[in-house]
Design a protein around this ligand. Sequence first.
Ligand code: CO8
Length: 259
Amino acid sequence: NKTWEYLKTEKRDNGVAVVRLHRPDALNALCGPLMGELVSALKTMDADADVKAVVLTGSDRAFAAGADIKEMKDKNYAEVYKESMLTAWNEVSEIRKPIVAGVNGFALGGGCELAMMCDIIIAGENAVFGQPEIQLGTIPGAGGTQRLTRIVGKSLAMELVLTGSKFDAQLAEKRGLVSRVVPTDQTVDECIRVAEKIAKFSTPVIIAAKDCVNQSQELSLQQGLLYEKASFWGTFALSDRLEGMTAFKEKRKPNFTDT
Ligand code: CO8
């Protein structure tokens, strides 16, 4: 449980690690150093054999109110182009273990985009989503035009990106952005429960399952089905696949060893 400037992290004893964005004076606005810490923490957890699933959350008031507008304000094109601004953010979507995002309060702009880089989003009743970049004279730059459109469909994504209107947890649930809405004070516990369920399974199988679902966003159906089949066959190279099926036959709980 390392000390960070903008995060609070907790490694629990049941295969779950929790990362809390902690920049309370700026509603968790995602400044460069915060994102650097986040990517570093997630990579460390990804490489840690004791961690099988991660919960990412913010405060009750804000998951994250977007990229840091004050940090971006005076940058010019040459600077953002040369530093490849925001490219490192995408590393969140390259973490191999599942990330369950618990969204309470604001998830705006880069905050909404960060949530969409996670694998499961559970929202508190007070969650407010939106891509308000157009109001700042810019457009989403970390997946808001791409991931949001694939999730909620073109018409609603267009409306949200073109108007900058915020939308609530109920609409987010109706359109599949979040898997469920819970009372705000239960969001993190619910995310931990889901992560603990995942953490009971075999790490290589968890990784393969996440990978295959994500490939569905990249590949044609035919290619995706082939990709899935090869990964499914691949599980037959694992002791845990034999253990899982043997345990079923013997009417006992499986004892997975991540091998
Ligand atoms: N950046 C920097 N500071 C912020 C941000 C932000 N995105 N959001 C809030 N803050 C700061 C405020 O400036 C304020 O600081 P101070 O007390 O020093 O003035 C503090 O947080 C509290 O905020 P408010 O007083 O405004 O709180 P309210 O409850 O009145 O309002 C809102 C909350 C509605 C969330 C309001 O703060 C707001 O509209 N924030 C900006 C939301 C936004 O436009 N987000 C999109 C940013 S652009 C972006 O993310 C996309 C960039 C392209 C790709 C991104 C990839 C990272």
